[in-house]
Design a protein around this ligand. Sequence first.
Ligand SMILES: Cc1ncc(COP(=O)(O)O)c(C=O)c1O
Length: 436
Amino acid sequence: MEDEADLTGATPRRRPKPDVLEIGGRRLKPSTLMMGHGFDPALSEGSLKPPIFLTSTFVFESAAAGKRHFEGVTGRRPGGAEGLIYSRFNGPNQEILEDRLSVWEDAEDALSFSSGMSAITTLILTYVQPGDVVVHSGPLYAATETLIGRILGRFGVKWLDFPAGATQDEIAAVIERAKELGRVPLIYLESPANPTNALVDVQAVRAARDAAFPEGGPPIAIDNTFLGPLWHHPLRHGADLSVYSLTKYAGGHSDLVAGGVVGSKAMINPIRMMRNTIGTITDPNTAWMLLRSLETLELRMTRAGENAARVCEFLRGHPKVESVGYLGFLEDGGDARQADIYRRHCTGAGSTFSLYLNGGEKEAFAFLDALKIAHLAVSLGGTETLASAPAAMTHLSVPDERKQALGITDNLVRVSIGVEDPDDLIADFDQALEAV
Ligand SMILES: Cc1ncc(COP(=O)(O)O)c(C=O)c1O
């Protein structure tokens, strides 16, 4: 490294001291690594926690170093920037955050973004060109559907989808039809899907992709917001890129908006180039807040998951409840295919579920208006319990026919369980059901 610096005249990056990733052959767990991974206090006056680097630009150590950094950032030299340049490209808080995000999915690399949607948009703009046919699972988060269908449609991009629970043969048939229509640049998944909670068989998608493109096919990207990074590790099951709204469980306190993408260096590098150009990186303050959030991610998600199991068990026996769409109940019969995907892919049922009340909008609204602990708000994955009515709120603009097909009925209440005391939550749900 020293020699190379002498030859090129460039200053090697002031890297943090090597991270301790294992002790005595034992690989350290993500929950341990979240406390210090990717940050060397010696580079920041001994500060235990990373300071927030509020600067728009970074001073180069020499003109040659500046040139070398720009060669990396513009792609003239592979491997990206070797130093900090300008805060639209990178920054210490964002880099520490990205190192820690990769840990959860055991990925080579990660990028942070200003929102989940800016992560998804940057990823799609990287891989998709006019005339291409995007293959995706359905349904997708509404804004993602709008992006692919309506916004990219203006640039001649087409799409074909398969239902979330599709088998390998069904997925293969959709890929074949898409190939006939044009170049397939990307296979985009969301699992569990918002708002149906339907799971996608990532292993089947991978097998179908590999069979359809023996020479190497389009990347498989998956929105892992609902169960990741604790309960679903899609890179292990064949996805190439895992995408997050970090606004949800990763941020976890309903006080920030951010996004992330994790995957191999080869897949992430072109996305980084696109992010550098269009400026969709997260800001240092939000990155810092996320570092704080990640320290308690496992604690929060574990507690929320346990709470959800308790609450759902209470709800499914209640006379005013028609049914509860909770992943933890898949094993109890019903959809065998979904149960099979759940067993192969998921390590937990999450804490976001669908509650179908007996009745319609009147009953759903009465329930929501009566809640005393749970807040009436959209979003999910925060420390507090949230509840909303998708048909009247997040999915109001979805045509009635599609709403019916997706099970977004007037009696549906979407619930995201937080980390409150579970018995208090059950008491709240009980009294709100009384009011229906
Ligand atoms: C599954 C899923 N993906 C992406 C997003 C978009 O994330 P953001 O609001 O951070 O842009 C959301 C937001 O609700 C979501 O639920």
